[in-house]
Design a protein around this ligand. Structure first.
Ligand code: BTN
Length: 325
């Protein structure tokens, strides 16, 4: 059986949505017999699709598998740049490592790497990021913006806004952002963002935006070390969330907001970020490598630096820290 035809058939039916497509029409479009179409349908059922055969009208997909394979993510993807190339891996050490490699080999702006399982998922500050099979979104996006390297941290904030909006659109849940990159429900973390840079004397060569979203974990799926501080969209909404739709929506919002950033600068995005912030106006503790500061988080600068006012009235610019609320 030709797997490419099977994939194309799935794409065709997914794009038709609720509208059944007749076996005859599919046979003509794909240049194969109706029997071959029927065999491809069986193949799709074995892959986890539920296909309804509507009498005299044709086939329609009732349920597709919870898979993030490239052809599935790309069918129904409403972007121009992001996701025009998607590398899907059933397993890898870290999508960041794969994306760095692809970027060095010249992968274009908008290339996306997605894995179903990461064996060495990494978080900020050299931490480990739990990335269990099939339960979350583990992806890295290569961007090649024409901006100076010191602006790179702003992209983490732009990505955070895009993810919060995408989560809201798919699940109706309202998340908040803890500076710089944690997406929270209450004080539990559902998403992390890791932005890494490839640059040289000419400026940024590539930004690798790593996004980890806890989507369908149950409480017992989390490691003991993070059980009390992590959550998933399923736990928050009480129902399973379609990972493919969420990936598509994250890419859609990220494209909208990165374009807005390039056209209008960080100003409007800073406002959006502040609107979702769990940090601004709050008393926080900022743990840095050399010191810990306590004070009120007053805002972020145009460069995405957190401004913290300590009890002695001094305003501190925080570039990198662990924030406790
Ligand atoms: C953090 O909050 O510490 C950032 C977590 C980032 C995790 C994602 S999952 C996809 C990509 N690959 C990785 O190894 N890390 C990022």
């Amino acid at each position: 059986m030709n797997i490419t035809v099977t994939h194309k058939l799935a794409t065709r039916l997914l794009e038709a949505g609720d509208q059944p497509v007749s076996g005859q029409q599919l046979a003509e479009e794909f240049g194969v017999s109706r029997t071959a179409i029927w065999k491809h349908m069986k193949e799709l059922e074995e892959m986890g699709y539920e296909i309804e055969s509507v009498r005299k009208k044709g086939y329609r997909i009732q349920k597709s598998p919870d898979s993030l394979e490239a052809f599935l993510v790309q069918s129904g993807l409403k972007t121009k740049r992001l996701g025009s190339r998607i590398e899907y891996l059933e397993q890898c050490a870290s999508t960041q490592i794969v994306a760095h490699q692809l970027a060095q080999e010249g992968a274009l702006d908008g290339t996306v790497v997605i894995a179903d399982l990461q064996t060495e998922g990494r978080g900020r500050l050299m931490r480990k990021w739990d990335s269990a099979k099939g339960q979350g979104i583990w992806m890295s996006i290569i961007l090649r913006p024409d901006v100076p390297p010191h602006k790179a941290p702003q992209f983490t904030l732009v990505a955070a806004v895009a993810i919060v909006r995408a989560i809201q659109s798919i699940t109706g849940l309202e998340a908040s952002i803890k500076w710089p990159n944690d997406i929270l429900f209450g004080n539990k973390k559902a998403t992390g963002i890791l932005t890494e840079l490839q640059s040289d004397a000419d400026g940024i060569q590539a930004l690798i935006i790593g996004i980890g979203v806890n989507v369908n974990q149950e409480r017992e799926d989390f490691d003991a070390a993070v059980k009390e501080i992590a959550t998933s969209l399923r736990l928050e909404s009480g129902q399973a969330v379609n990972r493919r739709k969420l990936v598509q929506e994250i890419l859609r919002y990220l494209e909208i907001y990165t374009e807005m950033y390039i056209e209008l600068g960080f100003g409007p995005l800073k406002e959006l970020w502040e609107g979702h912030s769990a940090t601004i106006g709050k008393a926080v503790r900022a743990r840095m490598t050399r010191e810990t500061l306590e004070g009120i988080a007053e805002g972020i600068t145009e460069d995405g630096v957190l401004q913290l006012r300590t009890a002695d009235g001094k305003l501190h610019g925080i570039y990198s820290a662990d924030i406790e609320l």
